[in-house]
Design a protein around this ligand. Structure first.
Ligand SMILES: Nc1ncnc2c1ncn2[C@@H]1O[C@H](COP(=O)(O)OP(=O)(O)OP(=O)(O)O)[C@@H](O)[C@H]1O
Ligand SMILES: [Mg+2]
Length: 443
């Protein structure tokens, strides 16, 4: 057994405590790049105990937005989503809500908390873009837990200090959590913003070792490296994804109704189709529909080039991509579906398949259309925005792109005819429209 002295600052008071670490102690960080090994009961190796939150200096003086759950309110009202509420109520110890920007993640959690009367037992931490480091994050978590009714007496506060040892502080936090007198929830919203690898590894450790009566709701735009597969196997993980959050026709009607907008069934159907049930898209359409003299026409014309939708998608999705990825997206937007080879051809890149798969994983409005994840399509509104941007940025290139794509399809069609068993050229899922477009381009 080793005895290690380290300094922790709890409740503003610095104290030096001795801590015993078994030789078998292991922390996920010790297998960086491999699968983390934070089984329940695992601790960390000695060198990590001594490590400080090295990336915590950046934002040490900032205040993280932590604490009580924000009250659910929306101009026009919140749409209640009972089926999803039921899933949250019956969920395992850890819930991951992973879906694109604007798909209704935060609203869902807020409204569920309110409808279930859980506000006093929920600690809410929203990771701001400026609060990404380990120290600020854990201070926010501690503060938020202290503000809950069960946590108010048992969780001690954590104060920022240059010498703060986050790993040691976490040990204390885990111990405090064990004393929570009743079921408590910790919501971490916008977890994708937490860019500190150290904070992620610490969170992984906490997920594995937290007491059974502390439940986690992890809200993120994309899946994270948190070793959740182990929880999945143990039946402790509930996952809510883009498809689950999509607004159906009844929910879309309620969203419009709450804003005083009534439209015909057929119009509503078209709107849900155009937005693919994407909450932010529906909301932006609703805003335009309020008091509009011709809602039918507005819905027919509603597209990704609508100013408000374009602004949103530019700021939240396209603008966040590096230049080569943006170029790939713009240039491939001339097609209804694309694969890696075709994308490489149009964008003049290599490795496009991997990029498209990464974009899909990042919930960046790119979805695969085949089980092998080799063909992709873009969300309709996103595709329209990309086409708009392409027309702005490289209008002369558009016919060239069509020509190149047509050549590619023609080549693959010939190959397919020559093969012993004629098959569609790895384009089985391509809609007929694509081939018609090629035909037109060739003519
Ligand atoms: N249940 C709901 N009732 C009413 N409006 C909703 C509901 N869910 C979503 N919306 C609308 O959709 C918008 C986006 O929702 P929300 O902010 O929850 O998305 P998000 O998935 O958390 O996005 P981000 O990843 O950007 O945080 C909201 O501003 C709101 O207008
Ligand atoms: Mg949100």
């Amino acid at each position: 057994m080793l005895t290690i002295a380290h300094q922790v600052t709890w409740g503003g008071e610095a104290s030096t405590r001795d801590r015993h670490v078994e030789p078998s102690d292991q922390h996920p960080e010790s297998v960086q790049g491999e699968k983390a090994s934070s089984q329940k009961g695992d601790l960390r190796p000695v060198e990590h105990v001594r490590r400080k939150c090295h990336d915590s200096q950046v934002a040490a003086s900032r205040t993280a937005p932590a604490g009580r759950p924000p009250v659910a309110s929306a101009p026009g009202g919140i749409v209640s989503r009972p089926a999803l509420f039921q899933r949250l109520s019956g969920a395992g110890r850890v819930v991951q809500i992973s879906a694109p920007a604007g798909s209704g993640k935060t609203y869902l959690v807020r409204s569920w908390i309110e409808e279930s009367g859980l506000a006093d037992r929920v600690a809410w931490v929203a990771v701001g873009r400026e609060e990404r480091d380990a120290q600020r994050f854990w201070i926010s978590v501690g503060d938020a837990l202290r503000q809950t009714e069960p946590g108010s007496k048992v969780v001690r506060g954590l104060t920022a200090a240059p010498e703060l040892d986050c790993w040691a502080a976490l040990e204390q936090l885990i111990k405090d959590m064990g004393a929570l007198p009743e079921r408590t929830w910790l919501v971490v919203d916008d977890l994708h913003e937490l860019s500190s690898g150290e904070a992620m590894r610490q969170l992984e450790l906490v997920l594995m070792r937290a007491p059974a009566h502390l439940s986690f709701l992890l809200v993120t735009r994309h899946d994270l490296q948190l070793g959740l597969h182990r929880l999945r196997l143990d039946g402790e993980l509930t996952e809510i994804r883009a498809a689950d959050l999509r607004f159906n026709v009844a929910e879309s009607r309620a969203l419009l109704h709450a804003a005083g907008v009534e439209v015909r069934d057929s119009t509503l159907g078209r709107l849900v189709e155009r937005t693919e049930g994407w909450a932010a898209g529906l909301r932006l359409a609703t805003l335009s529909l309020v008091g509009h003299p011709d809602p039918e026409r507005l819905v027919d014309e509603f597209s990704g080039s609508d100013r408000t939708v374009a602004e949103y998608l530019l700021a939240e999705v396209l603008g966040r991509q590096p230049d080569p990825v943006r170029r790939l997206l713009l240039r491939t937007s001339v097609l209804s579906q694309v694969n890696g080879e075709l994308a490489d051809l149009l964008a003049g890149t290599s490795g496009a398949e991997g990029i498209l798969q990464d974009l899909e994983r990042a919930n960046a409005f790119v979805v695969s259309v085949d089980g092998r994840r080799s063909w992709f399509r873009y969300h309709q509104l996103f595709a329209e925005l990309l086409q708009l941007e392409l027309r702005r940025a490289e209008p002369d290139l558009i016919p060239v792109l069509h020509g190149a794509a047509a050549g590619w399809y023609a080549g693959h069609a010939v190959q397919s005819r020559r093969s012993a068993t004629p098959k569609p050229p790895r384009t089985g899922s391509l809609p007929l429209a694509s081939f018609q477009t090629i035909g037109l381009a060739l003519n």
